[in-house]
Design a protein around this ligand. Structure first.
Ligand code: IMP
Length: 425
């Protein structure tokens, strides 16, 4: 039995989907363990581009079981849309399983997300607007609604009514918004119950059976380490645990199940939304990376902030998540520049710091300390062996390994499924 975790070691959008897609071919079951439809995973398979949000990328590998586990928050209307999107492209969801313990994103969560961002004004988080934070808030506050509630025709209306009454008070009295209509929402969710009933099951027991049968499980993270509610740039984070720690609680497995932890790292850094970003580029190089890498959000279409690779955060991710191997994406996108830079530490009040500070005020003072590297050609897409990479690209990869003590096991050289160098695992 093996359990492989793949998650983002930066601020999300590292290009996890394609590595998951590759690793899924070795796995028996692919599991999403946190986040919701705030995620956007682009996978190019057999020349077709798929944009996924909630459904594990493993759905594109025929015959794999795909689980949306208890740690995920599910917006039923968004999930239904995604299932329809896949069906239109001939992708079957017969192997999709949804946890009965997963919490639902309700219409009032989306409403509260928007109202709260508006109220925060200049201090807004820059959320995806999908109701993620308000839903996790209800989960922790013990007032959420789960998939098992949805399926209980008798008790659901009463539970929903209570939630809507409570939320309408907040929407109208705190934010001055318009109240939501209980009857309309009940009708919508009755239809969801009918639609989702065949998909919902006890995924904890299911994964236990996979474990006992010695099968390979792949745990697919969404967002990224620096958006983690505990270890990210709080409060400019998401409301879940994208890191390895999120796997046990979010899927209902023990830590012994995890045998490999793959941290996906973009060869440079991007971020969407607000919050600190020490190596951000505000010049023509940043713009050029954005255009060349099509760095616009899969979920919201927002332009991504771009900057040099920051090894302080990558090393922090490696340490707090027990990363056993890095998958470095977008080496082709970073190619074509004369010089490239890697941040090895922060200068904070004249002191060089290599650990990631908790305080936003400290981070605001951090100036990146860079090491300069020769650039390489962007035309790498036909390379499949590490030895065939240009020397400058190999130097770059080996520097990441030396600085973090973690081997780089996969390297992305193009967008296609096969445009990748595999060095083990
Ligand atoms: P939320 O998860 O929608 O509440 O957004 C909180 C923060 O996480 C915002 O800065 C979002 O831009 C960011 N975020 C959420 N999901 C993703 C993702 O999949 N990729 C990159 N950033 C994300």
């Amino acid at each position: 039995m093996s359990g492989i975790v793949v998650f983002g070691a930066q601020w999300g959008d590292e290009g996890k989907g394609r590595f998951v897609d590759y690793l899924a071919s070795k796995a028996d079951v692919v599991v999403r363990y946190q986040g919701g439809n705030n995620a956007g995973h682009t996978v190019v398979a057999d020349g077709v581009t798929y944009k996924l949000h909630l459904i594990p990328s493993g759905i594109l590998s025929k015959g794999k079981a795909c689980v949306i586990a208890n740690g995920v928050v599910i917006d039923p209307s968004a999930l239904k849309k995604e299932i329809d999107y896949l069906a239109e492209r001939g992708v079957s969801v017969d192997n999709l399983y949804i946890s009965d313990r997963a919490h639902m994103i309700m219409p009032y969560h989306r409403e509260l997300d928007a109202l709260n961002e508006k109220k925060l004004g200049d201090f807004k988080i820059g959320t995806t607007g999908n109701g993620i934070g308000p839903c996790y808030k209800d989960k922790v506050g013990r007032t959420g609604l789960r998939m098992c509630d949805l399926l209980d025709e008798e008790s659901f209306p009463e539970k929903l009514k209570k939630c809507i009454e409570d939320k309408n008070e907040i929407i109208t009295k705190v934010y001055g918004g318009d109240p939501l209509d209980y009857e309309a929402i009940l009708e919508e969710f009755r239809a969801h119950a009918k639609y989702f009933r065949p998909f919902v099951c006890d995924t904890v027991s299911m994964l236990q059976e996979y474990k006992e049968a010695g099968k390979t499980m792949l745990f697919e993270g969404a967002q990224g380490m620096l958006l983690d509610i505990d270890f990210g740039t709080y409060p400019y984070v998401t409301s879940s645990h994208p890191n390895t720690g999120g796997v046990c609680a979010g899927a209902g497995v023990g830590p012994q199940v995890i045998t490999d932890v793959i941290g996906v790292v973009k060869a440079y850094t991007t971020r969407v939304g607000e919050g600190p970003f020490v190596t951000e580029l505000f010049d023509a190089t940043g713009d050029a990376i954005r255009e060349k890498g099509h760095e616009y959000g899969t979920t919201t279409g927002r332009p991504r902030r771009c900057g040099w690779l920051d090894l302080v955060i990558v090393d922090f991710a490696a340490k707090t998540s027990g990363i056993t191997g890095f998958a470095v994406s977008r080496m082709d996108t970073l190619g074509g520049l004369d010089k490239v830079y890697v941040c090895t530490g922060y200068d904070i009040d004249g002191k060089i710091v290599n650990t990631y500070p908790a305080s936003l005020e400290t981070l605001a003072k951090a100036k990146p300390v860079y090491k300069e590297f020769e650039g390489w050609s962007s035309d790498l897409s036909s390379i499949r062996k590490y030895e065939d990479l240009p020397d400058a690209a190999k130097t770059y990869i080996e520097f990441i390994e030396q600085q973090t003590g973690v081997p780089v096991v996969m390297i992305g050289v193009g967008a296609g499924r096969e445009e990748c160098i595999y060095r083990g695992l």
